[in-house]
Design a protein around this ligand. Structure first.
Ligand SMILES: [Zn+2]
Ligand SMILES: [Zn+2]
Length: 346
């Protein structure tokens, strides 16, 4: 049987074309992944829409997609951890393994990281691709391949919740109820938070937040979110506040929502300057922390899904066939309020 290797190439902003690539072969230490599901990430949609990364146009054509899972079809020399036929998900941070950050366990800080789907590194929207075996995580039987493709965004939510030191009994505020806000909420609940309060401007998103496990939602278009958080916390503020909306306004509000000795975690990507009243944070001896992607938590994410603690497939709102990849991106770009997560089946 002749194998085809279809690839979805972004050829210009907002335009994707199907092409064919030669079949890859596994070098030592690599495996060949038959990609079966790819989730569309917010960063993919940004690149698709603008053709720009960090203010500069990136070289085209280009392959998007980094949230993926599939089946291993070939293993290279020296690979012992994975066998042909096993289902795996892919951690898209390919790092040097030698620098001070890699060696101290902070490999998300590796200056030489290759992150497929971040230009100039082609992503995963293709049938077959060679990946390092160490970036492939075996899926437990309880985790479907489709769910496997969502381990990557879940790792972001877990990373945020870990940074916020969320534990049993904590009250948490999450500003922004898009996909990353929702996975952060799921992670906080799984880690024991007793109350997760989510705020957003769109009723549809808030309805999703409630359906997926948020305890209280605030429509910030209609009510004063700060006042509401204070009412809900007896005037104290929340133990942990997550900024996920990527907005200078919500970022500035975090100081008014966090309790004394509380923690603010910046999750959203905010490029604009943000006015912040640091003195008010100091009066509370509050802390601001940031996250960059995630590190060392794919197995945690897999176990959380396998055990049923996190029902990650709940975030899938749209599914597309590989031949309709253009539609998947158009819909994700044009219908942001309703698309939580689009998944493409190859
Ligand atoms: Zn992603
Ligand atoms: Zn490194």
């Amino acid at each position: 049987m002749q194998q085809r290797n279809r690839a979805a190439y972004m050829i210009s902003p907002k335009k994707i074309e199907m092409r064919e690539l030669p079949m890859p072969t596994a070098k030592p230490g690599e495996v060949i992944l038959k990609v079966e599901y790819v989730g569309v990430c917010g960063s993919d949609v940004h690149f698709f829409e603008t053709g720009v990364r960090k203010g500069k146009p990136f070289p085209l054509p280009f392959i998007l997609g980094h949230e993926c899972a599939g089946t291993v079809t070939e293993v290279g020399d020296g690979v012992k951890s994975i066998k042909v036929g096993e289902r795996v998900c892919f951690e898209p941070q390919i790092t040097c393994g030698k620098c001070v950050y890699c060696r101290s366990g902070h490999y998300n800080m590796c200056p030489d990281v290759v992150f497929p789907s971040t230009p100039p590194y082609d992503g995963m929207l293709r049938d077959y691709v060679a990946i390092p075996a160490e970036n492939a995580y075996k899926l437990p039987d309880e985790v479907s391949t489709k769910e496997g493709a969502l381990i990557e965004p879940l790792a972001v939510g877990l990373s945020a919740a870990e940074k916020g030191e969320v534990t049993v009994g904590k009250t948490v505020v999450i500003l922004g109820a898009g996909c990353i806000g929702l996975v952060t909420m799921m992670a906080c609940k799984a880690m024991g938070a007793s109350r997760v309060i989510m705020s957003d401007l769109y009723p549809k998103r808030l309805a999703n937040a409630l359906r997926l496990g948020a305890d209280v939602v605030i429509n910030a278009a209609e009510e004063d979110a700060i006042q509401r958080v204070m009412e809900l916390t007896g005037g104290e503020g929340a133990d942990v506040v997550f900024e996920v909306a990527s907005n200078p306004v919500t970022a500035a509000q975090t100081v008014d929502m966090v309790r004394r000795c509380g923690i603010v975690v910046m999750v959203g990507n905010i490029n604009e300057k943000t006015p912040y009243r640091f003195m008010d944070l100091m009066y509370r001896e509050g802390q601001i922390r940031t996250i960059y992607r995630y590190c060392n938590n794919f197995n945690t994410a897999l176990q959380a899904v396998a055990s049923g603690r996190i029902d990650i497939k709940g975030i899938i709102s749209h599914e597309f066939d590989f031949s309709n990849v253009q539609d998947a991106f158009d819909e994700s770009m044009n219908n942001r309020q309703n698309v939580i997560k689009a998944v493409i089946k190859l």
